[in-house]
Ligand binder design. Structure first.
Ligand SMILES: [Zn+2]
Length: 270
């Protein structure tokens, strides 16, 4: 800021970082800002609110007050997870411009805040989206066939969108992760309008159907128990479909965003 003189004729004013009070979006906030103060009479020359720094301070004070993540918090959490802005944008299915704006001064909506927290505050884990193992199509098929056997119904159908099977798989993978710290299939799940779904399912249906279950790592007794637990809890396709739609970890995710395995402990239906 360029030095200015006291309008009362006391000469140059001093730049000071002082606490400011303001009502912003109907909320009383306090924030720190640089202002000019006359050392002689104490007169304050108002802050230049168009200055980016002040805007940021106001936005962050507001976000803190209404319990939204501040720009700095978003940035710190993102860095703690070793994600670039582009990577966070990709997993949240938003543009990188949104991430940049939230980290500087733009105030995110409550639902976006939930989505950000879900991605950033769940346990930091390198394999957060694959359940701590590599994806195995043969294992996906093996788990699917196991569900079919227990439930006595076909779930892996030709030309199918895996609408119901994906939810059984999701619950089994997430529950296994919660129980053993490792999923069953290594699949990533995205939040779509119709609930949690295998990420890129359109490209996966055919290769899954064509894979050889004998090539899959056999299911351990413990893993089999987990699959039974899911099947016994959701006996019909409607039940598993409806339950998945009640899960906050799906509801809070943006459409197209990946659902971290570390959110498994927040599932409420199983
Ligand atoms: Zn003065």
């Amino acid at each position: 800021m360029k030095a200015i003189n006291c309008p009362k004729g006391h000469g140059p004013m001093e730049q000071k970082n002082i606490k400011q009070k303001k009502t912003f979006k109907g909320v009383d906030i306090e924030f720190m800002a640089d202002v000019f103060v006359c050392p002689e009479c104490g007169l304050e020359a108002g802050t230049i609110e168009s200055a980016g720094e002040v805007q940021r301070a106001i936005a962050d004070a507001y976000r803190k007050k209404v319990e939204l993540l501040t720009g700095q918090e978003i940035k710190n959490l993102r860095k703690a997870k070793e994600l670039t802005q582009q990577q966070l944008a990709d997993i949240m299915n938003v543009g990188i411009a949104s991430i940049k704006r939230w980290e500087t001064g733009m105030i995110q909506s409550k639902s976006m805040d939930h989505a950000l927290r879900m991605q950033l505050q769940c346990t930091i884990h390198a394999d957060n989206y694959t359940g701590n193992r590599e994806i195995s199509l043969a294992r996906i098929k093996l788990v699917a066939k196991t569900f079919e056997k227990i439930l006595s119904k076909r779930l892996l159908k030709s030309g199918d969108k895996l609408l119901f099977l994906a939810k059984y798989l999701w619950y089994a993978d997430m529950l296994a992760f919660r129980q053993f710290g490792k999923g069953l299939t290594g699949a990533s799940y995205a939040a779509i309008t119709y609930g949690p779904q295998l990420n890129n399912y359109k490209d996966l249906v055919k290769p899954i159907k064509e894979s050889d279950i004998n090539a899959a790592e056999p299911l351990s007794d413990e893993e089999l128990k987990t699959i039974h637990q899911v099947a016994n809890k959701f006996l019909t396709e409607e039940e598993v479909y409806d339950a998945a739609h009640r899960e906050r970890i799906w509801k809070d995710a943006e459409i197209g965003a990946l659902i971290p395995y570390s959110c498994a402990h927040e599932m409420t239906e199983i």
